[in-house]
Design a protein around this ligand. Structure first.
Ligand SMILES: Cc1ncc(COP(=O)(O)O)c(C=O)c1O
Length: 492
């Protein structure tokens, strides 16, 4: 069955003899179809494969045209559902009465294009779910030393130092920045001073600020594919053009010299979601790329504290000689997601712009929790908690591996996992993520597929399986409940 939009697009004319590149011609044709209303807002557009076949051109060409349209906000990608025409078009902002252009009711709030894209991004960014077997990204919050934390909270609340409550620094509480500097230097090999640490409300705020300050509309941004959907939405919200990076066993591949970009978003310690650690050689290549392109690297070091084998690979930031790396750290996985505490380690030249921009954005971060965390780290509670959780998580990781090897053989094959709090499970040929998620839900489990992390469609089907947020016994029981439902998929 031909897709509706394909029929509508049957008028597309591509001139192979033209000087104008095919991708640009296709972009112009599609944009025209969208602006003229021939392709309505919200209408699905054909997959790159279908359109490439229709027009007898390469899929890369179609993908490039779609990337331009995406970057400019004419289309939006929906995980699992391909791409659709945006509900608000860039042209809406040129109209004298924006209400006219949006009167089809698809954008009742009259959001700016950025607002539409950011609000839609919420579909792809999974919230922190309560601890349960297989939940992704949530640490075991029940093991948090609440007694120590509440003692420190009370202490600081009862005797607020006047200096602390009156003199607030846009970059965050100095004692916390000092404690973070010490910690990331010792544990993650960063080269850092307290002046370069910038406390944020979770690493997502750090990313949002970096994008706001450094990425303009239509700037090219490189992103791992598959990669972290939260980053993708932040870049799309800024109107950036995403260039997907291939990933091999050494991590994200450096594109050839022709690709010029403003920024690359990377997870070198623990590729999100696939889990490999970037090799030293590859890190050096990326740093050379950043230097020669005067580009930024965002290093998202989200759960590297949990490494179960070998020595932790130091962060890329520690190797950076030319000040091109912006390092994102978070306490969401090591402590509690609900603390909303993370930090950015900035290159020298970005310290002042970040401080000044914050005066406009949110002033400064809440002070009380920062004071508590500073003392929590300083007194050794943080180090102890991370070491303890690493041991607990290691046991859970091994439990999951053993149970899957026994119960899921031939259906789901786990990748080796030596870092973080989730593992990737690959589905046997013929079993889809969608069917697996549906079958698991019927047994009471919420599973997550790789699909939302993908920028380009891919054949290989897989799941993200969290192991941190349940005791070994519960994990064992859960795998045994899940297994029969999975076996039924195999026989279908
Ligand atoms: C790869 C990655 N980066 C960043 C984050 C965001 O963490 P935060 O809670 O610090 O905003 C997450 C959250 O799950 C993540 O998976």
């Amino acid at each position: 069955v031909r897709h509706n939009a394909s029929l509508l697009l049957s008028g597309i004319v591509i001139d192979r003899d033209s000087e104008v590149p095919l991708a640009v011609q296709l972009y112009d044709e599609l944009r025209q179809a969208i602006v003229s209303g021939q392709l309505r807002r919200g209408a699905r557009i054909p997959s790159t494969r279908a359109l490439a076949a229709d027009l007898e051109i390469s899929r890369n060409t179609v993908a490039a045209a779609y990337d331009y349209l995406l970057g400019e906000g004419y289309i939006q990608s929906r995980s699992g559902a391909g791409s659709v025409v945006s509900s608000a078009l860039p042209e809406d902002h040129l109209s004298s009465d924006p209400g006219d252009a949006l009167s089809d009711g698809t954008n009742d709030n009259h959001l700016a294009l950025r607002g539409v894209v950011l609000a839609e991004g919420a579909d792809h960014v999974s919230p922190y779910e309560p601890p349960r077997p297989f939940v992704v990204g949530t640490p075991d919050v029940s093991e948090f030393p609440f007694d120590v934390w509440s003692r420190l909270l009370l202490k600081h609340w009862r005797s607020p130092l006047m200096r602390m409550v009156c003199s607030v620094d846009a970059a965050g509480y100095l004692k916390l920045r000092e404690a973070i500097t010490h910690y990331v230097g010792a544990a993650r090999g960063l080269r850092c001073t307290p002046e370069r640490v910038f406390v944020v409300s979770g690493s997502r705020q750090g990313l949002d600020m970096a994008v706001r300050l450094l990425v303009d509309r239509n700037d090219e941004v490189l992103m791992e594919d598959p990669g972290y959907p939260g980053a993708r939405s932040a870049f799309e919200g800024a109107g950036a053009r995403l260039y997907p990076l291939d990933i091999d066993e050494e991590g994200a591949r450096v594109p050839d010299g022709r690709v010029k970009a403003k920024m690359a978003f990377l997870t070198p310690s623990h590729q999100y979601p696939l889990g490999m650690t970037m090799s030293l050689e590859r890190r050096k290549k990326w740093l050379a790329w950043a230097e020669s392109n005067s580009a930024w690297i965002i290093e998202d070091d989200f759960d590297s504290e949990f490494r179960y084998a070998g020595r932790p690979e130091p962060a890329m930031q520690g190797l950076d000689q030319s000040g091109r790396v912006i390092y994102l750290g978070t306490f969401s996985k090591t402590l509690l997601p609900s603390l909303r505490l993370g930090f950015v380690v900035l290159p020298e030249c970005l310290v002042q712009p970040f401080r000044r921009a914050r005066a406009v954005i949110d002033g400064f971060p809440p002070i009380l929790e920062q004071a508590v965390l500073a003392e929590f780290i300083h007194d050794g509670h943080f180090g102890r908690h991370v070491r303890r959780m690493r041991m607990l998580y290691d046991e859970r990781r091994l439990t999951l591996e053993t149970e899957f090897a026994r119960e899921m053989q031939g259906i789901i094959a786990l990748d080796p996992c030596d870092t973080g709090i989730h593992v990737v499970g690959w589905l046997a040929d013929g079993i889809t993520e969608q069917d697996t998620i549906k079958a698991a839900a019927a047994s009471g489990f919420h599973l997550r597929g790789l699909q939302p992390c993908r920028i380009r469609p891919a054949q290989r089907q897989g799941l993200l399986l969290g192991f941190a947020a349940a005791q070994p016994e519960e994990l064992r029981r859960s795998v045994r409940i899940l297994a029969p439902a999975m076996r039924r998929l195999e026989s279908n």
